[in-house]
Design a binder for this molecule. Structure first.
Ligand code: SF4
Length: 324
């Protein structure tokens, strides 16, 4: 098959492709959700050194797991991976990967096809683009055209090498059948219906996205001889489970410390998928250092910790972290 021959000759070198053990494929697929390959590679390599087996991950503490995820974003992925590893370490791999927390149809098809050679077709953004063009599906691929994309992906799947096939389609979408496609380099050109009609540039059809919501958030930056005051974000909050500066307007409720502003604020912006934080970081001093113990509050002196990217950016504005 032309696409598999193209893939064998052109596939990019990635650490999780060297050994397609299910644990490695699983970790890589979770890390790759919403995150670019180049960003994931060093995280993946450090992760495999720290947690080389599912048992090692299951035995690790949440703090340590989040510290290794720090900066990758979407921290619920790490917490779900950790929870799922504990289940697998005690009960073994379930019959359906999607029975585990954090694993949806895409990840299930990716792990099962790549590491277990099961004939399941994956559908992600790259596959949507390739299939909509190959089969000239003109409906919105997230709406009326969604089913057609899955049908096309199932139809095209090479059941002898399903894992390689899935990766080949995604690789084609990432490197050749890009939003601006390079059709003269494409091994599927002679079979592509959109190319035959000359409409490949306007596929896939997508709904117009709502712009992300902008909001202002104010953090308190309190430094004492003990370190910088941080709090762990709670369940139900954005970035739950990660460490962050306390909210300036709720610091007493969050940490039991009373503070007052002491100097010029710094500013930083952080863009999530659906929202934008305009962060104001207010330097503060303690009004009264005595306080009741509160869980999830600590003084931090630069040790490895599960800090979110937003928190790292905020700390940098106060000269607390090197550029990384
Ligand atoms: Fe994509 Fe062009 Fe190949 Fe069609 S011919 S699959 S549009 S790269």
């Amino acid at each position: 098959m032309a696409l598999l021959a193209w893939y064998d000759a052109n596939k990019r070198d990635m650490p999780w492709r060297k050994n397609t053990d299910w644990y490695r494929v699983w970790v890589s697929e979770i890390m790759l959700q919403q995150t670019r390959v180049a960003t994931v590679i060093p995280y993946f390599e450090r992760w495999m050194k720290a947690f080389p087996t599912v048992e090692a991950l299951a035995e690790a503490g949440e703090e340590e797991v989040l510290a290794h995820w720090s900066g990758l974003g979407y921290y619920s992925r790490a917490r779900n991976l950790h929870r799922a590893a504990k289940q697998v370490a005690t009960s073994g791999v379930p019959e359906r990967w999607s029975a585990l927390p954090g694993i949806g149809p895409y990840t299930e098809a990716a792990i099962a096809s790549i590491s277990q050679n099961m004939p399941l077709a994956v559908v992600d953004g790259n596959v949507e683009r390739v299939m909509s063009r190959l089969e000239c599906i003109e409906e919105d691929v997230r709406g009326a055209g969604k089913k057609g994309i899955q049908v096309a992906a199932n139809y095209w799947l090479d059941t002898n090498r399903p894992g390689d096939w899935n990766q080949a389609v995604m690789e084609l979408g990432a490197t050749v059948c890009k939003p601006a496609p390079v059709c003269h380099e494409c091994p599927l050109q002679s079979e592509c219906k959109a190319w035959a009609k000359g409409i490949q540039d306007r596929l896939p059809e997508k709904p117009t996205k709502r712009p992300p919501k902008e909001e202002t958030v104010r953090f308190a930056f309190v430094r004492s001889e003990l370190g910088v005051l941080l709090r762990k974000r709670g369940e139900g909050e954005l970035l739950a489970g990660t460490w962050s500066l306390p909210d300036f307007d709720a610091i007493e409720a969050q940490t039991a410390y009373q503070v007052e502003p002491a100097g010029e604020s710094t500013h930083e912006r952080h863009v999530f998928t659906h929202r934008i934080w305009n962060m104001e970081i207010v330097p503060c001093r303690l009004v009264d250092a005595s306080h009741a113990h509160v869980n999830g509050v600590r003084w931090w002196r630069g040790e490895p910790l599960g800090l979110s990217t937003a928190a790292r950016k905020a700390l940098k504005t106060q000269g607390c972290l090197e550029d990384s």
